[in-house]
Design a protein around this ligand. Structure first.
Ligand code: PLP
Length: 442
């Protein structure tokens, strides 16, 4: 669908979409006609004055919601002192303070806080680039293992790990090699691929000797792939495999991290920690930032100049991130994600009993995926897209994920009242779409 096919809830939104079409890259994927005016917490208004409950959080970014007063203040205070210095070339307090905080809260395999080191980037894909380069920096280990369905970003290195949608890779002939993809063991997938670790040992190690594998890169919960949760034995076994062969485990927590699932990192649900953790999205409540956290035994191998970027460790982004972490702690937002996420899952499971198009509700905390299928049990992407559009028309922002899922990824500040209001709209839209499009089984 292009902007001209969309429904708009007013002339201002339509007019902006038209200017957008004449100016911005056509590579951006638009979902529907929403055009922002302003937001507060988990509510947002469009240019035509319509109000929305936000279950999308700017693609799982707005951990503290729109313009949390403490984040605004932290950005203002920092901007008044300095916005930039070049934290790779000059010493600067904000990245150091943020790194000290990340040392405390981000678990790393066999690392005490003081053993951890942090590299700052500006986005998710840049965090992945950093992790990928770091893991390959070791002698004679160049191969990477990643998972089908994974989305790790769109710069060339990250793209070599991404295997989510073919249009993301299509048209780019020189994507770097040295990556083997294996099936992701989603617990909702009824194909025979539950044993991903066995697959690596049995098949991948026939092609690549384990001692040449630098790292296994994995999303604890696959995000763009459809909000898929793996089987419970997967991460403990993957950890064992990595330890056995000296392979680094890289956890892409870019979507699942920073409290979204009720912990700082989603891997904590399985009591497992990675060797390198990649963060971005929710870390600074919407100010662009990326970070990787690793054991100094690993990151300490980098020599000055081996990797850096002008904006990495930007003071404004670091100040926003430090305040984001404080707000999450002070307002108990991880507990809220756990409690309200469980409540949302229960309400959604109840909807599932009443709506035959809903075939899966799964996830953790504020990271839930809901699948939609046709009456024959086949994925129904167009039906799903219609529900997402209907939600927009009725004042609820949602986003699709994977082939036929809708993601529930609200700001962590979402209130119980907002959650109930949004879920009621969601169920209404499912019912309306079933009435309009649902076809009996053939
Ligand atoms: N990794 C994961 C799990 C993501 O969900 C995303 C973005 O959706 C990325 C990496 C890439 O992040 P960015 O879009 O900031 O480059």
């Amino acid at each position: 669908m292009s902007h001209s096919d969309f429904v708009y809830r007013g002339d201002q939104s339509r007019a902006l979409a038209e200017r957008d079409a004449h100016t911005l890259s056509p590579s951006y994927t638009r979902s529907y006609g929403f055009a922002i005016s302003h937001g507060r917490g988990a509510e947002v208004w469009d240019l035509d004055g319509n109000r929305y409950i936000d279950f999308a959080a700017g693609i799982a970014v707005l951990s503290t919601g729109f313009s949390h007063p403490r984040i605004v203040k932290a950005i203002q205070n920092q901007a008044e002192r300095y916005i930039h210095i070049g934290a790779t070339d000059f010493f600067c307090p904000e990245p150091v303070k943020l790194a000290e905080k990340l040392q405390q809260i981000i678990p790393i395999h066999r690392a005490a806080p003081a053993d951890k080191r942090i590299y700052f980037a500006n986005s998710g894909t840049e965090s992945i680039e950093a992790a990928l380069k770091l893991s390959r920096y070791r002698e004679n280990r160049s191969h990477l293992i990643a998972f089908y369905g994974a989305f790790h970003g769109r710069t060339m290195g990250a793209l070599s790990l991404t295997a989510s949608k073919s249009k993301q890779r299509g048209g780019y002939p020189y994507i770097p090699g040295g990556v083997t993809h294996v099936p992701y063991p989603a617990r909702s997938d009824h194909d025979n691929w539950a044993d991903a670790v066995g697959y690596i040992e049995k098949f991948v190690f026939k092609k690549v000797p384990p001692h040449e594998v630098a790292a296994i890169v994995v999303e604890p919960i696959q995000g763009e792939g459809g909000y898929l949760v793996p089987h419970d034995d997967f991460f403990p076994r993957l950890r064992q495999l990595c330890d056995k062969y000296g392979i680094l485990m890289i956890a892409d927590e870019i979507q699942s991290g920073v409290g979204r699932t009720g912990h700082w990192t989603a891997l904590e649900h399985w009591d497992v920690s990675a060797d390198i953790v990649c963060l971005a999205k929710g870390l600074a409540s919407g100010v662009p930032i990326g970070a990787i956290v690793a054991h100094n035994d690993v990151m300490g191998q980098w020599v000055p100049g081996a990797h850096a970027s002008t904006f990495g460790g930007n003071p404004l982004a670091c100040a926003a991130a430090l305040e984001t972490i404080s707000v999450i702690e002070d307002e108990g937002l991880m507990q809220r994600a756990t409690d309200l996420g469980e409540y949302a899952a229960q309400r959604l499971l109840k909807f599932m009993g009443d709506h035959p198009s809903m075939t899966r509700v799964d996830g953790k905390g504020f990271m839930l995926g809901i699948d939609f299928c046709d009456a024959n049990g086949k994925p129904a992407p167009e039906f799903r897209d219609e529900i997402v559009t209907k939600c927009y028309e009725n004042g609820l922002l949602m986003l699709a994920a994977g082939t036929h899922a809708i993601r529930f990824a609200p700001p962590l500040v979402l209130t119980k009242e907002q959650l109930d209001e949004g879920l009621t709209i969601f169920e209404y839209c499912i019912a309306q779409t079933e009435e309009a499009m649902w076809e009996p089984a053939s």
